[in-house]
Design a protein around this ligand. Structure first.
Ligand code: ADP
Length: 735
């Protein structure tokens, strides 16, 4: 029997809800389910009629990149009543809908849980009233419910991040970047109020990503003199030479007595105590708007497919649950637990139990708050000569986020009393003696700068270089080294380590920090720079899509990534592409033929646009132009084929908040590790990375052993299996 599943978006809208809807619809159809769209949130379930409509494959087309929700959303008072929910039960049962995917925040999910709990009783009542369109003796199936976390606030337990939070963060950080350029021209202080209800996530992460100077969030226990602490820290920053100040305040921030902290209160305090011009910007609903970021599109797609699969596979009496992303894996958590623990934070804040609220937010939240506090309060410490200098070098190709990492690394090292020297123009410059002392203000304003201020470039050591590099390190008293880059940089470091016998000067602790748009390095799920590149790609492809016009047109978009298929596959997922050609798979002629045939069929059945993403090294022998010609020949006059090579725009521009934050967290942890190693006289080399949501240091030799040396990428790549999701999203089931 075909299972019928309803899907709704409810409560506050969030960018990425459409991407989740598309994934639920297409994932369900690909498994033979029938999907019904319930319009206007829970109100649509109560109203029934044309508010509940079947959704076909095409109805989920062209929506991936759209903000808001095409189903509409509402806050439904009717659904809060038992009578309203009884109407909803009737409307669902009379359409034989026995499953629901609910995309929304804790309110919407609470509604889902309540409906599930009352389902049997409401059915009985309806049956007793003779209202159920059931045959005698027939019992309707129990309701299966799966929730998806759709909320910019990121306030839900059961997921490390909710759908919409990353986009909102991008919007906030973009606004703060803009404010900072004007603030610094006028030496102004800005207070930016951001959304998040009881959750400080957006305020905290936007402050970290924009190098905000102070943050106020609901979960932090403030002491009675919090404003004096804030004023003192901001004053110190001015003494160091800072031209402007940004304070980020969460809308839910509170005084120690529980009363809300209003932005105007902070304004008055700062104006009076610092004697400066202070302006307030309340960002408001722009934070909800706009098309979803690459991360949100991929997150929503992964979770949406996992949710419909979970619903179709679960035994009928499974208690309702939510699919969230935990440690980078879609994971189910019972709705009762999600709601209970999510609401517990709000309750703890209401009751003034701030440390409890903070502990409920999890480790990553606490780590980021700790880092922000340290960065905003840190000042250069007197030089501790026992620590010597730490050298920082950006090696290999440049990547967005390198400057953010260097900024934190420099300040953390100076704050501990170490000296810092920067290698100029990567190892090529360093072996030629290009090294500069870096101080506190040398990295001011770097957080949002693209490329690398230190200069970089791929370099393979020449025979004389190692001796020269050893001398340069010794001349500057370098006791440890932080190397930022991709595979080339990792190989450079591996060579230094291999040659330690001959060059004892390389017997210093070294950490490699993954910064490459290709995401091709071992021992990390994400490299800094890849998120910015993905966003650059989707922005370009969104524009290309607009030019399709009325003709049938297929675009082959060539993206970077070298020998690693991460950028092509993830950008294909985020753009809604039909196909991705990856270096891991190569391109066989038979595959090309089948793909042309599918494109042709797609166009015949009403599609007007096709996107194929091609990795720059997907094939040894066919380049993008060859693929275009083959497709054009095979497509005959039925569709046009255009090629577009995106090139270096992919690695340019300001780094995304995600990249800035990862860069800052990696740099912080790497420097602390190097300082410990200097103190303990431990010279081992490591790579730092994000593994399953945790920052880990892996010994360099172990990391390098994860590489497939002939392929130039790690043997195991977590994202590779997402190719199946792309297939399901792009291939409409036949018949
Ligand atoms: P969000 O889902 O973004 O948290 P709301 O809190 O406004 O948004 O909830 C959205 C809708 O979910 C509400 O308008 C209501 O219809 C439904 N809802 C919320 N709480 C409950 C509840 N306790 N019982 C039944 N329905 C609820």
């Amino acid at each position: 029997m075909t299972i019928k599943v309803g899907v709704l978006t409810s409560g506050g809208d969030a960018p990425g809800m459409n991407a989740a809807l598309r994934a639920v619809v297409r994932g369900g159809l690909s498994r033979g389910a029938q999907i019904y769209g319930i319009h206007e949130g829970w109100q649509g379930a109560v109203d029934g009629g044309d508010k509940i409509q079947p959704l076909g494959w095409r109805s989920a087309g062209g929506i991936l990149q759209k903000g808001g929700t095409i189903l509409g959303t509402a806050r439904s008072a009717d659904f809060q009543t038992r009578e309203g929910r009884k109407k909803a039960v009737f409307n669902l049962v009379s359409r034989e809908i026995s499953g629901l995917v609910v995309i929304g925040g804790d309110g919407s999910l609470t509604g889902a849980l309540t409906l599930c709990n009352e389902w049997p009783a409401l059915l009985q009542e309806l049956a007793a009233e003779g209202k159920l369109p059931l045959a005698v003796g027939e019992t309707p199936a129990p309701l299966r419910v799966v929730g998806l976390p759709g909320s910019i606030d990121n306030d839900l337990f059961g997921t490390d991040i909710s759908i919409g939070a990353d986009t909102s963060l991008q919007t906030i950080v973009h606004a703060v970047d803009q404010l900072e350029s004007t603030a610094s021209s006028h030496q102004r202080t800005f207070i930016v109020e951001v959304m998040g209800r009881n959750c400080g996530y957006l305020a905290l992460t936007s402050a970290l990503a924009s190098a905000g100077h102070w943050v106020l969030i609901p979960e932090e226990e403030l002491d009675a003199r919090w404003h004096q602490k804030m004023v003192k820290a901001l004053q110190r920053g001015r003494e160091e030479g800072r031209r402007h100040v940004t304070v980020i305040a969460a809308e839910g921030a509170r005084h120690p007595d529980g009363l809300p902290i209003r932005a105007e209160t902070i304004q008055q305090i700062l104006q009076k105590q610092l004697n400066v011009d202070v302006r307030v910007t309340v960002l408001g609903h722009v934070q909800r708007g706009g098309g979803p970021s690459a991360f949100d599109r991929i997150l929503a797609t992964r979770l949406g497919v996992a949710a419909i699969d979970d619903l179709l596979d679960m035994p009928a009496d499974t208690p309702p649950r939510m699919i969230g992303l935990i440690s980078n894996q879609p994971t189910a958590t019972p709705l009762a637990e999600v709601i209970g623990k999510s609401q517990a934070v709000g309750k703890a804040i209401e009751e003034g139990a701030y440390s409890m609220a903070l502990s409920l937010r999890g480790t990553s939240f606490r780590d980021q708050l700790g880092l922000l506090k340290i960065l905003s309060q840190a000042t250069p410490a007197p030089v501790d000569s026992s620590l010597g200098a730490i050298a920082i070098v950006t090696a290999g190709a440049d990547a967005p986020g390198m400057n953010a990492a260097v900024r934190v690394a420099v300040r953390r090292a100076l704050n501990a009393g170490a000296r810092v020297v920067g290698g100029i123009n990567g190892f090529r410059g360093m072996v030629r003696g290009q090294v500069e002392e870096l101080n506190w203000m040398s990295v001011s304003g770097w957080v949002g700068l693209g490329g690398t201020q230190l200069g970089s470039g791929r370099y393979d050591f020449e025979p004389d270089d190692l001796g020269r590099l050893e001398r340069v390190l010794q001349q500057h008293g370098v006791r440890a080294m932080l190397v930022l880059g991709g595979l080339n940089a990792y190989h450079n470091v591996a060579e230094l380590v291999r040659r330690r016998n001959r060059y004892p000067g390389f017997n210093i602790p070294i950490v490699c920090l993954p910064t490459t748009i290709d995401n091709s390095v071992p021992a990390t799920d994400y490299a800094v720079g890849a998120d910015t590149a993905l966003n650059n790609i989707i922005q370009a492809v969104d524009k290309i899509k607009d030019t399709a016009g009325s003709t049938h047109r297929a675009f082959i978009v060539e993206v970077m990534g070298e020998q690693c298929g991460y950028l092509p596959l993830m950008s294909a997922l985020a753009c809604g592409a039909e196909r991705a050609y990856l270096p891991e798979d190569g391109i066989a002629v038979g595959r090309l033929e089948a793909d042309v045939e599918e494109l042709r069929e797609g166009f015949r059945s009403g599609k007007s646009l096709g996107i194929v993403i091609m990795g720059e090294y997907a094939s040894h022998h066919y380049n993008t132009d060859v693929i275009r010609r083959v497709m054009q020949e095979e497509g005959r006059d039925e569709f046009e084929v255009r090629a577009c090579i995106l090139g270096h725009v992919q690695r340019g521009g300001v780094p995304t908040p995600f990249d800035r934050i990862q860069a800052s967290r990696f740099a912080n942890r790497a420097i602390l590790h190097l300082l410990d190693q200097i103190r303990e006289d431990d010279n081992s080399a490591h790579v730092i990375g994000l593994l399953g949501g945790r920052i880990e240091l892996t010994p360099l030799d172990e990391a390098m052993a994860l590489l497939d040396p002939s392929a130039g990428r790690p043997r195991q790549q977590w994202w590779y299996e997402l190719g199946q999701v792309l297939e399901r999203m792009s291939r409409s089931p036949k018949g």
